[in-house]
Write a protein that binds this ligand. Structure first.
Ligand SMILES: O[C@H]1[C@H](O)[C@@H](O)[C@H](O)[C@@H](O)[C@H]1O
Ligand SMILES: [Fe+2]
Ligand SMILES: [Fe+2]
Length: 308
């Protein structure tokens, strides 16, 4: 079976030659034995990640990005990292957290209006079919969006703009490949000369680990996994931390900030992204059937209770 995977060329790029957004012609073909077929349209009948399509979700999503781009400033991110880095809000297991996400629909997402818990299982199961032996990647699929628990009252009930949506670096200029880029002009950093140049406060090849990303579910779940001493491999932590960084992994923006390790890890993120994005559908997974398998993975890679 032929599966099409979107994968920007990673090696041999010139620092200046940032890629234009990928078109359907830019895809590489990869033959896998798996069963997952990338659908042509989302459940609303549009192509995936079409932010201009006249869909029932368009206005909600655009308003989300307006708020997100105005409010995600360097100072805001710094405060959130410090505050949530304390991990003093809750003690619970990974599975308990999955269940908390039953009630949330992501306002930034043009492709999905199902509860988030469905999306976690859809992603994990799609990966499992194509990569049966990579159990760490199945678990990464299950947990990658758990940081959305920040929407919950016991986590301060953060507004959606501080939790979901694509992410981008703060402390340097906002690349035009960011969705609805125009709304950045009302961000306090937009006219700050320390923050509005290509490198801003960063330097060439400084490594993403040294870059402050807009605050949300990616960075939070990365912190939770790392501080609770997960035994998942570094690629899993990279996927969790940067899976919403579409300007980089889809458009090739901000590559000048990556180091060699990031380039390596990005290969796994490209693989992961196919399942994260294109498994979004109305097809429900039978939770009770797959639960024992995921509980066994959680036990393998995480402590029974985590600090959140
Ligand atoms: O709307 C989606 C959603 O919030 C995802 O969880 C996030 O990872 C994506 O980057 C974003 O575009
Ligand atoms: Fe996400
Ligand atoms: Fe996701």
């Amino acid at each position: 079976m032929t599966v099409i995977i979107q994968q920007p060329e990673l090696l041999g790029y010139q620092e200046e030659d940032k890629q234009a957004p990928l078109s359907d012609d830019d895809v590489h073909e990869l033959v896998l034995d798996g069963e997952f077929v990338v659908p042509e349209t989302n459940s609303f009948g549009h192509t995936f990640r079409d932010y201009n399509a006249e869909s029932e979700r368009k206005n909600t999503v655009e308003e989300f990005y307006r708020m997100n781009h105005i409010n995600q400033s360097y100072d805001f991110v710094k405060r959130m990292r410090e505050e949530y880095g304390k991990l003093n809000r809750a003690e619970m297991s990974i599975w308990e957290c999955c269940e908390l996400l039953n009630e949330y629909v992501d306002e930034s997402d043009p492709d999905l209006d199902e509860p988030q818990s469905e999306h976690l299982l859809q992603t994990a199961e799609a990966i499992r079919k194509d990569y049966p032996d990579e159990d760490w990647l199945h678990l990464t699929g299950l947990i990658h969006d758990l940081g959305k628990v920040l929407l919950h009252p016991s986590f301060g009930e953060l507004p959606q703009w501080a939790v979901v949506g694509d992410t981008f670096p703060v402390g340097c200029s906002f690349d035009e490949s960011n969705v609805h880029h125009k709304y950045f002009k009302d961000n306090p950093d937009y006219n700050n000369p320390s923050y509005n140049t290509k490198y801003g406060i960063y330097s060439k090849g400084c490594g993403l680990d040294n870059v402050m990303m807009s605050w949300g579910h990616d960075d939070y779940m990365y912190l939770v996994a790392k501080e609770n001493k997960t035994t998942l491999p570094p690629a899993a932590l990279f996927i969790i931390r940067y899976h919403s960084f579409y300007p980089l992994h889809r458009c090739g923006a901000y590559r000048h900030l990556m180091n060699e390790e990031d380039v390596e890890n990005l290969k796994w993120l490209h693989i992961f992204n196919k399942y994260d994005l294109y498994s979004k559908s109305k097809v429900r997974i039978d939770v009770e059937k797959v639960k024992p398998y995921y509980l066994s993975l959680i036990e393998k890679y995480f402590p029974a209770k985590l600090r959140w």
